[in-house]
Design a protein around this ligand. Structure first.
Ligand code: AMP
Length: 393
């Protein structure tokens, strides 16, 4: 795979697939611009090398052309962040778009209209992909969050280019995953949490080939505890996944992976921040009570393992961290990951609500890498080859 710095962009037009699928508040303002910010290094790099950028993205899941999902709404924000004028094309293919793109001068930037206004985008339609490819001489994909989708702009169109590469953001994502998956420095620890075993089972199974320690927390832990014969009260669990928990435990034993489950929990008599709270053994949760965070004994045990690790993957919170009453476990893990990182560990956070958690605790600058791809990150961790990355090879 070519790196972006091996490409001569001078006087060339680059089609840059970005992920500008940003959220909006009720007043229609962008409520989080991180996805735009994340693509700036690539755009600025291409401009500084004398190229011009044709930016293309999807926004939401439109059914046909809907005005409220027009990417034109993003122009003022992109212009502010780039400190330059950004042109707009009110389509992403067609004669007018072609002529606007062909008139593009060195250092200029144009944003195309929402790719998903055409269903050909998600259908990975070849002739639509060909039309997109006709707009530029170089293809750059910087949209990690969509690389697990085989869509026209994320995968199909790449084959029409001789010169193609990941953007700076995507390259960093690929590099970070490699650091975790290929010969990581040990001890390697995966902290897997979140609501359900079902959404993470393939990740856990695949990570057993990579890690020394597997920490399981959050809602998914209760299915493991139930499977071990524990009384989990009203805590969430997945009946049809009990068997998978047994399989994971025996696979971990075969592969010499230490599995750490919570010993105690902070339980409540209701799923709310205001309910009664008590720390109890995870194997003895009374009826009417549910575990909503890991308990103090578990916190100290997990903290020790994390701070002694040299490579860390964290995916999924340890409890219902959105409620202050049950954020302590997730906060302690976030702090331990930050502490390990400051002592030289490599830490990768992604693929679930742990990213939201680390941001809530304002520790995002104290870890090595925060992935921008939810689903894409999970599929990478499951060991899948992502179509958007394969297409660049
Ligand atoms: P995920 O997207 O799979 O990482 O799951 C994240 C969600 O799991 C968060 O919204 C948490 O509130 C939720 N969660 C974590 N621990 C528990 C628990 N013990 N009971 C219920 N939900 C939980």
């Amino acid at each position: 795979m070519k790196s972006i710095n091996q490409i001569d962009f001078s006087e060339k037009k680059a089609f840059v697939r970005v992920d500008f699928n940003v959220p909006f508040d009720d007043a229609g303002r962008i409520s989080d611009n991180s996805r735009i910010v994340a693509a700036l290094p690539t755009i600025k790099y291409i401009m500084s090398r004398g190229g011009s950028c044709i930016l293309a993205s999807h926004l939401g899941r439109p059914k046909g052309k809907t005005k409220d999902l027009s990417l034109s709404k993003l122009i003022p924000e992109i212009e502010k962040l780039l400190s330059t004028k950004v042109l707009f094309s009110d389509d992403c293919i067609g004669e007018k778009t072609e002529s606007q793109c062909s008139d593009l001068k060195q250092g200029e930037v144009i944003l195309l209209e929402n790719l998903r206004f055409y269903e050909e985008e998600t259908n990975a339609d070849e002739s639509f992909a060909k039309k997109l490819s006709n707009l530029a001489e170089i293809y750059v994909n910087d949209a990690y969050g969509t690389t697990h989708r085989e869509h026209a702009s994320t995968a199909t169109m790449a084959k029409f280019f001789d010169i193609k590469s990941p953007g700076i953001l995507l390259e960093n994502e690929i590099r970070s995953l490699k650091k975790l998956m290929d010969n990581p420095t040990g001890p390697v620890t995966a902290i897997i949490g979140g609501a359900k075993v079902s959404s993470k089972i393939s990740v856990i199974a695949n990570m057993l080939d990579v890690v020394d320690n597997l920490i399981i927390g959050g809602g998914m832990a209760y299915t493991f505890i139930k499977n071990n014969g524990g009384a989990i009260g009203d805590s969430i669990f997945e009946k049809d996944k009990l068997n998978d928990c047994s399989k994971i435990m025996s696979l971990a034993e075969q592969k010499n992976v230490n599995v750490f489950l919570p010993e105690d929990v902070v339980a409540s008599n209701e799923f709310s921040n205001e309910g009664l709270k008590k720390a109890i053994n995870i194997y003895n949760i009374p009826k009417g009570w549910q575990g909503l965070d890991i308990g103090p004994l578990t916190i100290s045990k997990f903290e020790k393992i994390v701070t002694e690790s040299k490579t860390i993957l964290w995916n999924g919170p340890m409890g219902v961290f959105e409620m202050p009453a049950f954020e302590q476990g997730t906060l302690a893990i976030a702090k331990s990951v930050a502490k390990a990182t400051s002592s030289g560990a490599f830490s990768l956070i992604g693929g679930g609500d742990s990213v939201a958690a680390i941001k809530k605790f304002n520790l995002q600058d104290e870890v090595s890498f925060i992935s921008t791809g939810g689903g894409a990150m999970l599929e990478s961790l499951e060991g899948k080859i992502l179509p958007g990355i394969k297409a660049l090879k």
